[in-house]
Design a protein around this ligand. Structure first.
Ligand code: DON
Length: 319
């Protein structure tokens, strides 16, 4: 494999010159103002080395990528009982769709569509008021990254709170089925603030390290989740992390990934790398257009794939 830094530099160079860049998400007021020319990529490998290119240290709105971390927290507090309230199937519908909730009695298909993440926010509220819940969430992200500078962009949260009518509809609809247990305003306040987390690619790749390392934080040696739970979170990222484009992402990239409408994608090569990429322009399904293209390029060069023959080694042959 060519030198990873060179690969990233080449990708960043080509993406900087790309003319087709997708469309910025403008339904969240602050996101509409982001410069579409940004592109950043960061890779943290299993040895702790960090490789950066482009705008890898420019912060952006993490949005739905935070759903990976809120799911991790909710599994920690409620365990597998969580799956009585949220499914584990790809939805095949848009991230903000309401259609399946009627026939499926207010149980969202998975924790990564908006409806599922709103239920997760409700689960997290079982222990605290929204303010403490959000503080606990930020603390968790700071622990994962070892970076205390990470904060929520309150302006982004306020903008979504003022305009997020679809999410209001989703939350009320699920409340009618009894699958939201706290006042809708509190649940959505928590959800919108979680989504408004601001991070750069480097920080995001650092936050994903426990998923690369079978649930263990490589810095502290502390178990964030069990290895089985890490595998299951990755399975959900692969099957549901890109909404109705999850199959296409698995086909093209072959790694578990989670996208956000801020234009970020977190992708994990288990045992090898935690990768974050950012380009604000989105494709028709709401996923970063150049982010996905960059990941396709990266895996072509590195061979990283969960479908790679050596990805499943017989237990006797494990190091
Ligand atoms: O609820 C929303 O619509 C946003 N806060 C998050 C959506 C999102 O990031 C979907 N990702 N592609």
């Amino acid at each position: 494999m060519a030198d990873l830094q060179h690969i990233l530099d080449d990708i960043a160079h080509d993406m900087a010159g790309a003319t087709e860049r997708g469309r910025i998400a403008d339904y969240i007021p602050d996101l509409a103002a982001v410069d579409p020319r940004h592109f950043g990529i960061a890779v943290v490998d299993a040895d702790g080395r960090t490789f950066l290119a482009g705008d890898a240290t420019t912060r952006f709105s993490v949005q739905s990528i935070t759903k990976v971390f809120s799911l991790t927290m909710a599994l920690g507090t409620t365990g597998d009982a969580l799956w009585q309230r949220v499914g584990r199937e790809p939805s095949g519908t848009a991230f903000n769709s309401i259609v399946q909730l009627e026939t499926e009695q207010g149980i969202p298909r998975n924790p990564f569509i908006n409806a599922g993440a709103i239920v997760i926010a409700d689960v997290l509220l079982a222990r605290h008021e929204p303010r403490e819940t959000i503080a606990e969430f930020v603390r968790f992200i700071r622990q994962l990254t070892g970076d205390d500078s990470i904060v929520i962009d309150r302006h982004v949260a306020a903008g979504e709170q003022a305009t997020g009518y679809r999410n209001v509809a989703l939350a009320n609809y699920m409340r009618a089925f009894g699958n939201i247990r706290h006042p809708v305003e509190k649940v959505l306040g928590t959800y919108f603030h979680q989504c408004a987390l601001a991070m750069d690619c480097r920080q995001l790749a650092m936050a994903g390290r426990y998923l690369m390392m079978g649930g263990t934080d490589p810095e502290t040696g502390r178990s964030v989740v069990t290895s089985q739970r890490a595998r299951r979170i990755l399975a959900l990222m692969l099957t549901c992390g890109h909404y109705d484009a999850s199959g296409d992402f698995a086909f093209r990239v072959g790694l578990p990934g989670k996208s956000g409408v801020g234009g970020g994608i977190l992708a994990i090569a288990p045992g090898s790398a935690s990768i974050a990429v950012w380009s604000p322009g989105l494709d028709a399904k709401g996923n970063s257009l150049l982010g996905r293209r960059a990941l396709e390029r990266l895996v072509q060069h590195t061979g990283w794939s969960v479908f790679e023959p050596m990805a499943c080694v017989m237990p006797d042959n494990r190091p």
